[in-house]
Design a protein around this ligand. Sequence first.
Ligand code: SF4
Length: 136
Amino acid sequence: MSSIKRSPWISFANMGGCNGCTLECFACFNPRYDVTRFGMELKASAKHADVLLVTGIVNKQNIKRLLKIYSQLPEPKRVVAVGACAVTGGLYKGSYSQAGPLDNVMPVSVYVPGCPPRPESIIDGIRKCLNDKGSR
Ligand code: SF4
């Protein structure tokens, strides 16, 4: 396994929360932040992605869907936890329905804290993730 030496394809799983992190992830792909200039492309399916961004809160209801998405991610699997909800549980930490934080349910390559993190932080998280060898 090695770091990615080509344009990385990015997929995205929104597990809920307030959606603030989701909006910041999508902002990375708008003309202002324009990660496409670095060769990053947003893919609808994790099956075609090098990196999976996960936002929001992993709970007992959505965990099955998230694990299915993770299983579709090609190896080596690289996951970025975006935002406090994914990183620690955030506002929902200790909630009766919580199954997270994200690293409770899958290996995480990079953590991007914040509520929500700014697009610059998310882009930096993706950049760091590209050097990660990922998990199998
Ligand atoms: S970390 Fe904050 S901004 Fe992001 S989904 Fe959770 S509550 Fe919303």
